[in-house]
Ligand binder design. Structure first.
Ligand SMILES: [Zn+2]
Length: 231
């Protein structure tokens, strides 16, 4: 599997990534698209069922593909998976499908990358019921300090929505969070990960090199159990 080098800009969640010098990307593949993880320098993969593209008739087939691809050597996480109150099928089907993916992740000891829109109670309820041992990463986070604190208290990690994190208003939230639980991402949008690092480094009073080093450490901790498995 590909892993970041010290000094890389780590983009923890993207779509349609292309290899670039000094950028390490976790490319998210959605099960309904039918693409397999490849072997591309500087890119590792997550694979999961995005709630937008889930329905009663494709559910079984999509879960089957997650189960199959979960053991692919370029895969380092399950997801993005989760809940979306604004799009996708019933909350019941979203919940069932999310729980199934969490259990697959637990079985193969992989972290989960989470998409969650206006369904924090559901997400926390699944957490409470399943008590996962593998860490969860909330991608595209743009909530407030109270929500952030609640998620952090469950051991979760936060990666911020690019549009939110680039705005001056996000600085205060960023400064209130423990730096050992954050990641940065482009989500495949037309935005440069280096600009996001620059903005966040500035907010936190770090140099970009220091921030890269912090996120590199976070990466190694977040994926630790999964990586040990391959030793
Ligand atoms: Zn995404």
């Amino acid at each position: 599997m590909n892993l970041p080098q010290q000094g890389d800009y780590i983009d923890i969640h993207s779509h349609g990534s292309k290899p670039a010098d000094w950028i390490f990307t976790v490319e998210n593949l959605m099960a309904h698209e039918g693409f397999l993880p490849g072997s591309v320098p500087g890119i590792a993969y997550s694979f999961g069922i995005h709630p937008w593209f889930l329905n009663e008739s494709n559910h079984r087939e999509l879960i089957k593909s997650v189960r199959e691809i979960a053991r692919n050597h370029q895969l380092i996480a399950i997801g993005e998976a989760g809940f979306d109150k604004l799009s996708g099928p019933s909350t019941e089907l979203q919940r069932k499908t999310f729980e199934e993916q969490v259990l697959i992740a637990e079985e193969i000891r992989m972290p989960v990358v989470i998409h969650c829109v206006r369904a924090w109670d559901e997400l926390l309820s699944v957490y409470k019921n399943l008590r996962p041992k593998m860490p969860w990463l909330i991608h595209g986070f743009r909530g407030n300090k109270v929500l952030a604190a609640q998620l952090l208290s469950k051991g979760m990690y936060l990666s911020f929505w690019f549009d939110f994190v680039l705005k001056p208003e996000s600085s205060e939230l960023l400064r209130s969070l423990p730096v050992d639980r954050i990641f940065l991402e482009t989500d495949g949008a037309d935005v440069d990960i280096r600009d996001i690092y620059k903005k966040v480094a500035n907010d936190l009073n770090f140099s970009v090199e220091e921030l890269k080093s912090i996120i590199y450490t976070n990466f190694n901790v977040f994926f630790a159990l999964n990586l040990l498995k391959h030793d």
